[in-house]
Write a protein of this length. Structure first.
Ligand SMILES: Cc1ncc(COP(=O)(O)O)c(C=O)c1O
Length: 427
C-alpha cells in the first residue's frame, strides 16, 4: 500500500466533476483558516471562490466552530419526522423573517440539488392536491439547478446532463434574457404560456452561476415574474448561489417587486461548514397541503433532514451575516470590484466583465464560443493555482466570489494576478 496521501486518494476516491484518469493529483489540504487553504506541502492557497460558493465568513471561523461544538455536545442528530429541536425552529423562524415574499414554511434538506428537487415536487403535488393536472415547468436556457434528476431536468441540456437526457422529464427552456434580447425572451415566455399549461417557472435570480456567472437585469426578471403570476404560474427562485448577500442584498429576489412562491437555499446558508438545504414556500403552496388526508401529505424526507449541527451552524452564520460589520464588508467588496472593473475593462484580453454585489466575473477573450468546455479552462486554473489562488474557471470565465472576511491585501493579490493574466494574453 502506498503511504502517499495524494496517490492513495487517486487509488480510492472518485472526485466530483473529475476524470478518473486526470493528470493532476488532488491537492491535499490539512487545515484552513480565513481565506486560506493550507496544503500538506506548506502552501497557503487563497480560496477566491469560497470553496464552491459556500463559505461566507472564512474557514474555521471561531464563532461558528464554537456554536458547532456547543451543539455537538448536547444533540448531534435526531430523526426529524415526529421530533424537532430548538436550532431548527430558531433557524426557520429567522429565515421566515428575512426571506422575501411572505414565506410561510421551511422544509429542510441537505444541499442545493435537493432544495430544488423538493421545490419541484412541491409544485407538482400542489397541483394534484388542489385537483389540477400538473403542467409543464419552464426554465431559462443556460440554467443550472443541480445534479439530481429533477434538478437536471430543469437545467440546460448540456455537458452536465447529456448522458441522462432521455431520462429527464420534459421542460421548456426559454431564451436567456441577455441584454438586448429581453423582449424576445418575454415574447417566447408569453407564447409558451399560451400554447401549453404551465405549473411553474424556475430561475436563478439575476445571475446564472454555472453558466458562467451570466447576469441579467432585475427589470426583465420583474416582467417575467409579472407575466408568470398573471398566468397563475408558480415562481421558484433558486437562490442556492445568490442567497445570503452574494448579490449585494440579502437575497437576489429583493431586487424585484414581484416575489417568488418558493425559494431554494443552500451554499451560503451553511456558513461553509455543515451541509444544509432549505426550500421555503408561501401561504399559497402551504394551503394546498393543509389537509389531513394521507394522500395529500408531502412524502419527502432525508435521513439528515434538519440536522441540529447544520442548523446551529447556520444560525451562527446568520448572526455574523446580519451584523453591521458584515454588511460593510459586502459593500466594500462591491466597491472594490467596481473600481477594479473600471481599471481593467479596456483590456483586449477581456470579452466581458461584470460585477454583481460581491461577485466579479470576467469572460476571457478566446475568439471562440464562451462555454464550460472552452479549452483555455485548464490553463487558467493552473495560472492562478501556481500563484496560490484557487479559481475554478467556468470554461473561459474566471470569477471571484470570496468569503466576506477577505482583506484588502488578499483581494489585491488576486486582482494583481488577474492583471498579469490579462497582460500575458494581450501580448
Ligand atoms: C443555482 C444553483 N442551484 C443548485 C445547485 C446545486 O447545489 P448542490 O451542488 O449543493 O447540489 C447549484 C450548484 O452550483 C447552483 O448554483
Amino acid at each position: 500500500m502506498n503511504n502517499n496521501l495524494a496517490s492513495k486518494d487517486k487509488e480510492y476516491i472518485w472526485h466530483p466533476y473529475s476524470s478518473l484518469v486526470g493528470k493532476q493529483d488532488n491537492i491535499v489540504i490539512t487545515s484552513a483558516n480565513g481565506v486560506f487553504l493550507n496544503t500538506n506541502d506548506g502552501r497557503k492557497i487563497i480560496d477566491a471562490i469560497s470553496s464552491w460558493w459556500v463559505n461566507l465568513h472564512g474557514h474555521a471561523h471561531p464563532y461558528i466552530i464554537q456554536k458547532l461544538s456547543e451543539q455537538a455536545s448536547v444533540l448531534e442528530h435526531v430523526i426529524f419526522a415526529g421530533f424537532t429541536h430548538e436550532p431548527a425552529i430558531r433557524l426557520a423562524e429567522r429565515l421566515l423573517e428575512i426571506l422575501p415574499g411572505d414565506q410561510k414554511k421551511i422544509f429542510f434538506s441537505d444541499n442545493g440539488s435537493t432544495a430544488v428537487e423538493v421545490a419541484l415536487k412541491m409544485v407538482i403535488q400542489y397541483s394534484n392536491n388542489i385537483g389540477k393536472e400538473p403542467g409543464k415547468v419552464i426554465a431559462l436556457e443556460g440554467a443550472f439547478h443541480g445534479d439530481t434528476f429533477g434538478a437536471m431536468a430543469v437545467s440546460e441540456r448540456g455537458i452536465f446532463t447529456n448522458h441522462f437526457n432521455k431520462y429527464l422529464f420534459e421542460v421548456d427552456h426559454i431564451p436567456f434574457p441577455e441584454e438586448g434580447q429581453e423582449e424576445y425572451c418575454l415574447k417566447i415566455f408569453e407564447e409558451k404560456l399560451l400554447a401549453t399549461t404551465v405549473t411553474a417557472f424556475i430561475y436563478e435570480p439575476l445571475i446564472q452561476g454555472a453558466a458562467g456567472m451570466r447576469i441579467y437585469s432585475a427589470e426583465v426578471l420583474e416582467k417575467l415574474l409579472v407575466i408568470a403570476k398573471r398566468n397563475n404560474v408558480l415562481c421558484i427562485a433558486d437562490e442556492v448561489m445568490t442567497g445570503f448577500g452574494r448579490t449585494g442584498k440579502l437575497f437576489a429576489s429583493e431586487y424585484m417587486t414581484t416575489k417568488p412562491d418558493i425559494i431554494c437555499l443552500s451554499k451560503g446558508i451553511t456558513g461553509g461548514t455543515m451541509p444544509l438545504g432549505v426550500t421555503a414556500c408561501n401561504a399559497k403552496i402551504e394551503a394546498a397541503f393543509l389537509n389531513p388526508e394521507t394522500s395529500k401529505t408531502f412524502f419527502h424526507g432525508h435521513s439528515f433532514t434538519g440536522n441540529p449541527l447544520a442548523c446551529a451552524v447556520s444560525n451562527a452564520s446568520l448572526d455574523l451575516l446580519l451584523n453591521e460589520g458584515c454588511k460593510k464588508k459586502i459593500e466594500f467588496l462591491n466597491k472594490e470590484h467596481k473600481a477594479f472593473k473600471d481599471k481593467i475593462k479596456a483590456s483586449k484580453a477581456i470579452r466581458k466583465i461584470s460585477v454583481l454585489g460581491t461577485i466579479l466575473s470576467i469572460e476571457i477573450e478566446t475568439f471562440v464560443d464562451t462555454g464550460y468546455t472552452n479549452s483555455i479552462r485548464d490553463e487558467l486554473y493552473d495560472f492562478f493555482l501556481n500563484r496560490n489562488i484557487l479559481m475554478r474557471p467556468l470554461g473561459n470565465v474566471i470569477y471571484i466570489i470570496p468569503p466576506y472576511i477577505i482583506e484588502e491585501k488578499e483581494l489585491n493579490f488576486i486582482y494583481e494576478a488577474i492583471v498579469d493574466l490579462l497582460k500575458k494574453r494581450q501580448n
